[in-house]
Design a protein around this ligand. Structure first.
Ligand code: NAD
Ligand code: LMR
Length: 339
């Protein structure tokens, strides 16, 4: 048990820091795929988050070592490792947030959709367990292809009678992280103050960064915007090629996953105006799922925000991405209902 603090934090102190660990409620976060390339650094970053009181690390192999290692870090959360399907229920029980980076990553020459055959089945079985053991948890889906795995999760939850569209999120934060980095470099502005919404989905041209809404504003030429857009869309492939067969983004993804989970925790804890982009059930376009800015709250999604004004280039990008995103969503729905 942590020792009691003798000083009561002032209101302004709490406002400044969000919620201090002293005042923040108990929150259990489970990471499924915790011994993997993303899972390990993500588990580390969640162990550093003072909003987490219990950290549950699940994988089919390797979790006892990862959990023992991380558990020695002197931060708030209690860490427990779980390995194999018979421990999955225990890993999930009581979770407020379940983060899923379980599944195979790409190798050079593959698309994210090439991962469907293996990862769809993994996501299906994990979501079946979530609907049984922690049906009220917020689910942060990282496993690719996100454009299909999120619809799979929704269908599995629907079949189990536990679906709440406010609680299912495709994690697209890495696209935002990349767009911010690349924009700051090109615009020569301090990256710490940069904001760029990224909408659509999470694969190739379905990733649509809205640089016309980027802040601070910079007068970039059309060609520069096109190059930034393409680099953001191909960011995952850039890493896959650089890793040359050893997987895809893990460290930047762990960072992005930790940012998104932290936003979910803040929302659950009642911090106002927490907004992140995410791939969620949506009426922003005619597609049933779409990534856009989302306001997070005590029940998960509080409000799905609209796209705002788009440049002609972005409007064209939006129309161009819809057929691919639609078919990836339909593929996920079909898989969940036929198997
Ligand atoms: P990895 O192979 O290093 O790790 C995956 C882990 O999942 C392994 O430890 C494996 O044992 C585990 N696993 C497999 N089946 C499981 C099951 N049924 N239950 C629990 N764990 C299981 O891969 P990685 O690099 O960590 O990538 C994981 C996934 O994340 C891939 O699908 C990848 O494409 C995706 N990804 C998504 C984003 C994004 O932006 N959303 C970014 C990067 C990677
Ligand atoms: C990414 O964007 O880095 C991930 O989706 C992994 C990949 O396959 O590109």
């Amino acid at each position: 048990k942590r020792s009691c603090s003798t000083t009561v934090p002032s209101a302004s102190h709490v406002m400044r820091r969000g919620f201090s660990s002293e005042s923040s409620p108990e929150r259990k976060v489970a990471v499924l795929g915790a011994a993997g390339g993303i899972g390990q650094p993500l588990a580390l970053l969640m162990k550093l988050n003072p909003l987490v009181s219990k950290l549950s690390l699940y994988d089919i192999a390797g979790t006892p070592g990862v959990a023992a290692d991380i558990s020695h870090i002197n931060t708030r959360s209690e860490v427990a490792g779980f390995m194999g399907e018979d421990q999955l229920g225990q890993a999930l029980e009581g979770s407020d947030i379940v983060i899923i980076p379980a599944g195979v990553p790409r190798k050079p020459g593959m698309t994210r959709d090439d991962l469907f055959n293996i990862n769809a089945g993994i996501v299906k079985s994990l979501c079946t367990a979530i609907s049984k053991y922690c049906p009220n948890a917020l689910v942060n889906m990282i496993s690719n292809p996100v454009n299909s795995t999120v619809p799979i999760a929704a269908e599995i939850f629907k079949k189990a009678g536990t679906y709440d569209e406010k609680k299912l999120f495709g994690v697209t934060t890495l696209d935002v992280v990349r767009a911010k980095t690349f924009y700051a470099g090109k615009a020569k502005v301090n990256v710490a103050g940069v904001n760029v919404p990224v909408v659509g989905g999470h694969a190739g041209i379905t990733i649509l960064p809205l640089f016309s809404q980027a802040t601070p504003r910079a007068n970039l030429a059309d060609e520069e915007i096109k190059a930034l857009t393409k680099r953001t869309q191909d960011g995952g492939t850039e890493v896959v090629e650089a890793k040359a067969g050893k997987g895809s983004a893990t460290l930047s993804m762990a960072y992005a996953g930790a940012i998104f989970a932290d936003a979910c925790l803040k929302g659950l804890n009642g911090v106002p105006d927490v907004v992140e982009c995410s791939f969620v059930q949506s009426t922003v376009t005619e597609l049933p799922f779409f990534a856009s800015k989302v306001r997070l709250g005590k029940n998960g999604v509080e409000e799905v925000l609209g796209l705002g004004p788009l440049s002609d280039y972005e409007q064209q990008g939006l129309e161009a991405l819809k057929p691919e995103l639609k078919s990836s969503i339909e593929k996920g729905i079909k898989f969940a209902n036929q198997s």
